[in-house]
Design a binder for this molecule. Structure first.
Ligand SMILES: Nc1ncnc2c1ncn2[C@@H]1O[C@H](COP(=O)(O)OP(=O)(O)O)[C@@H](O)[C@H]1O
Ligand SMILES: [Mg+2]
Length: 263
C-alpha cells in the first residue's frame, strides 16, 4: 500500500485546476493530494462534475494543473508518455483500421520489429478473447468488444500506469461484470498501477485496493477507503457482508456529495 513498503508510483501533490471561460472561472480541482503505490489498483468515485476526468487528464499529461504537480517515478509529468496508457469510455478506436491494426498501431510507434509486433498483438488478442475478430472493423463489434480492443491496445504497449476513465460506463450490466472479471484477472497476472474512474460504487469495490471518494465541485479528496478484501475476487464476493458494508458506507458518502451538487 502507498506509504508502506511499496514504492510510490504516482504522486499527486496539491493539484488545483481552474478552467477560465467567457462566463467566468470553474474551480474543477482544489488541493488534491494522494499517492498511488507501484502496482496498486486505485478507484475514484464521486459525483458528476467533481473533476475526476480533469484529474485523470492531468496524470495522463493531456492537461496541465493550474498549480501543484504530478510525478511518476519521481519525475514531474509535463506531457503524455508511453509509460502511461489511457482508456476512455468511448473506445477511441480508429474506425478505418481492423482490430489487429488498432492494436498494432501503438507497437509500430514504439518501433518494434515486425515479428514482435505480431506476437504481442496475438497475445493481447487472446487475452481479451478476440483472436477470431482480428480482421473485423470496430463498427462490426459490440460495445463490450470494442472496449476489449481498447484495453488490449493499452496493455500491448506495456505501460507502467493504466489510466481508465469510466471504461465500462457505456456498457450493459452483464458485459460490464464480465469485463470487470477480465480486467481483474489481467491485473493479477500482469500487475500494473491502475487508476480507474467509475460512477459505480460496486465496481470500485470489486476492483480496487483503495477507493478515493471525491467531494462535489471543487473536487477534493473527501476520504480514502481501504478495501481489505483478498484477491482473487469474484462475483460472489459482491454478496459477502464485508463487501456489502463497504458498499453501504461508500455509497452514503458519495450520496452526500450528490446532494451537495443538487443544492
Ligand atoms: N475544458 C473545459 N473547460 C471548461 N470547463 C471544464 C472543462 N472540462 C471540464 N470542465 C468543468 O470542470 C468540472 C469538472 O469536470 P470533469 O473533470 O469532467 O468532471 P467529472 O469527470 O468528475 O464528471 C465541471 O464543472 C466541468 O464542467
Ligand atoms: Mg468524467
Amino acid at each position: 500500500m502507498a506509504g508502506n513498503a511499496c514504492p510510490v508510483k504516482v504522486k499527486i501533490d496539491n493539484v488545483q485546476k481552474i478552467y477560465k471561460g467567457r462566463t467566468g472561472e470553474t474551480v474543477a480541482l482544489n488541493g488534491v493530494s494522494f499517492d498511488i503505490a507501484e502496482n496498486e489498483f486505485v478507484c475514484v468515485v464521486g459525483p458528476s462534475g467533481c473533476g475526476k476526468s480533469t484529474l485523470l487528464n492531468i496524470i495522463a499529461g493531456l492537461g496541465s494543473p493550474t498549480s501543484g504537480k504530478v510525478y511518476v517515478d519521481g519525475q514531474e509529468v509535463v506531457g503524455t508518455g508511453t509509460e502511461r496508457g489511457v482508456v476512455f469510455q468511448q473506445y477511441a478506436l480508429f474506425p478505418w483500421l481492423t482490430v489487429r491494426k488498432n492494436i498494432e498501431f501503438g507497437l509500430k510507434l514504439k518501433k518494434l520489429g515486425k515479428r514482435e509486433i505480431t506476437e504481442l498483438t496475438n497475445r493481447y488478442l487472446d487475452m481479451v478473447d478476440l483472436r477470431e475478430f482480428a480482421d473485423s472493423y470496430p463498427k462490426e463489434l459490440s460495445g463490450g468488444m470494442k472496449q476489449r480492443v481498447a484495453i488490449a491496445r493499452a496493455y500491448a504497449v506495456n505501460p507502467e500506469v493504466l489510466l481508465l476513465d469510466e471504461p465500462f460506463g457505456a456498457l450493459d450490466a452483464q458485459t460490464r461484470t464480465q469485463l470487470q472479471s477480465e480486467l481483474l484477472k489481467t491485473w493479477e497476472q500482469e500487475k500494473k498501477t491502475c487508476f480507474f474512474i467509475t460512477h459505480d460504487v460496486e465496481e470500485a469495490i470489486i476492483l480496487a485496493q483503495r477507493v478515493i471518494i471525491m467531494s462535489a465541485r471543487p473536487g477534493r479528496v473527501k476520504e480514502i477507503v481501504n478495501i481489505n478484501i483478498p484477491y482473487p475476487r469474484t462475483q460472489e464476493t459482491k454478496m459477502t457482508p464485508e463487501f456489502l458494508d463497504l458498499k453501504n458506507y461508500i455509497w452514503s458518502q458519495v450520496y452526500q456529495e450528490y446532494l451537495a451538487v443538487r443544492k
